[in-house]
Write a new protein. Structure first.
Length: 324
């Protein structure tokens, strides 16, 4: 997992959508042309809302399609365990949103060029293309409530800025917001939602406490464990001077606190291997309480990234060699 946009705050940055009105105009022209040629106005099947895309079909399946409907891109790989958790959620939501977006799945092993073009540094990674404009959404594991919030922002941007109202879907799929039986709320749903809202508002201390409240009653709650690790990381780096932290880490290789702060900053910036490598090197150079403090922080960062991430697996082996 790349710990980037972990709070899901601002993932759809309206100010970053360049030439929105021009793109909207092009989208409208494209739809009008399709209608004149008899290609518009038809309904699609729910199965066509989730598609596999490769480099050869990218222009037609993603770029051209994005003039009619937002296209959400799921970069994944067969060996990626977090991908296997995220992809089914995205596929289910694509059907549930009933044509408000199309999900394009891209296997990074078979489509390295697309991965490079989007600047993907770790998977799972999720982007969107709207009227030909690329938007980064999030990277790594995320709670379903956070994903829904991101998708809601996306479809709102697509409609308001680009005039994309989605596709008509055949069958019995119901649009988002349609009346449907409500599942009973879980015992910690309110607390978890409060934590997500605190993250979005930049109240990392409040998010930490909300997640701790869940774990006090349910120590095995996976979502709360992941959220707590992320919130604590964001809380630690809040208010730091990145330039000074990096300067201290470079000039004081033996300073445990400087190296720990540098690793936190590395991880928030998406430099996962740098963060792990920095702390493993520090473990080799230290002993006693200092070594234990570094080891514990490294284990916390493993929680943020995810136990199944290949970089965590490799770092665990390197840590074992450093310790023994």
């Amino acid at each position: 997992m790349q710990p980037r946009n972990m709070s899901m705050s601002g993932v759809v940055d309206l100010a970053a959508v360049k030439a929105a009105q021009e793109a909207k105009s092009k989208a409208e022209q494209s739809r009008a042309e399709a209608a004149r040629q008899g290609g518009g106005g038809g309904a699609v099947t729910p199965a066509s809302l989730v598609i596999d895309v490769d480099e050869a079909g990218f222009e037609q399946d993603v770029l051209q399609r994005s003039t009619e409907v937002p296209v959400v891109i799921d970069f994944w790989a067969e060996w990626c365990e977090p991908c296997k958790q995220l992809s089914p959620v995205l596929e289910r939501l694509a059907v549930e949103y009933n044509g408000r977006f199309v999900l394009a799945k891209i296997d990074v092993d078979a489509n390295q060029m697309l991965m490079q073009q989007f600047g993907v540094q770790g998977i799972p990674a999720v982007f969107a293309v709207v009227a030909g404009q690329a938007l980064p959404l999030f990277q790594g594991a995320a709670a379903e409530a956070q994903i829904r919030g991101t998708l809601d922002q996306l479809v709102q941007v697509a409609e308001q800025r680009f005039g994309l109202t989605g596709l008509t879907v055949e069958g019995d799929a119901e649009p988002v917001g349609a009346t449907e039986p409500e599942m009973p709320a879980g015992p910690y749903d309110a607390l978890l939602e409060a934590a997500v809202q605190a993250l979005d508002a930049g109240d990392f201390g409040g998010a930490v406490q909300a997640y701790k409240n869940v774990l006090a009653d349910d120590p095995g709650n996976t979502e709360a464990k992941l959220g707590l690790a992320q919130a604590e990381l964001l809380h630690r780096v809040q208010g730091l001077d990145p330039q000074q932290v990096r300067k201290d880490a470079a000039e004081k290789p033996g300073d445990v606190r400087a190296q720990i702060a540098g690793a936190d900053l590395d991880l928030v910036g998406g430099h996962v291997e740098d963060a792990f490598g920095r702390l493993i090197d520090t473990v080799r150079r230290t002993a006693g309480d200092d070594r234990d403090a570094v080891r514990l922080r490294l284990l916390e960062l493993f929680e943020v990234v995810g136990a199944d991430d290949p970089r965590v697996v490799a770092a665990r082996r390197a840590l074992a060699r450093a310790l023994f």
